[in-house]
Design a protein around this ligand. Structure first.
Ligand SMILES: [Zn+2]
Length: 160
């Protein structure tokens, strides 16, 4: 997506450049604005050394992605249109806490909560059992009535 924008700007005549740059700046500033909770969680993650990017994840079709090796988190911009921005960031925050708990090597936290039934197909599609357990926790928190508070406290507990 950002590549496209750059190509367009290079190809466009001068007056159009400014217009397109302005346009993409407006787009960027509109994306993270909507929810103070989203911003609070994003800030907390960044204070803990995670880098949150509102960009298409390298894995096709993913809403969010965390790469353990360099603590990068991608949030697909489409989640704001779908109104699931908070949910997706909360999900990735659980993975972030799992990375902290395993000191860089992602590890199951051993949470005592169960994911809601509607999320079962989402983590059961993972073949790898370890991955399935990691996802089960992320979906359990994401679908919990206190998901936001849980995500904040898991990060506080496991990342220092
Ligand atoms: Zn996940």
């Amino acid at each position: 997506m950002s590549k496209n924008v750059i190509v367009k700007i290079i190809d466009a005549p001068g007056w159009m450049n400014n217009f397109l740059i302005l346009n993409s700046l407006m787009l960027l500033s509109q994306i993270p604005n909507p929810d103070p909770k989203f911003l609070q969680l994003k800030n907390q993650l960044e204070n803990l050394g995670f880098h949150v990017m509102i960009e298409l994840p390298p894995k096709r079709g993913a809403y969010g992605l965390l790469r353990e090796t360099d603590k990068k988190i991608w949030i697909n911009p489409v989640v704001f249109d779908l109104n699931i921005g908070n949910q997706v960031l909360i999900h990735e925050s659980v993975h972030a806490a799992q990375v902290c708990a395993g000191k860089g090597k992602i590890k199951v936290l051993g949470l005592d909560i169960q994911p809601s039934n509607y999320t079962r197909p989402f983590f059961l599609r993972y073949r790898n059992v370890h991955r399935q357990e990691l996802e089960r926790e992320a979906y359990a928190v994401q679908s919990h009535p206190l998901s936001f508070e849980l995500a904040i406290s898991l990060l506080q507990k496991h990342c220092k």
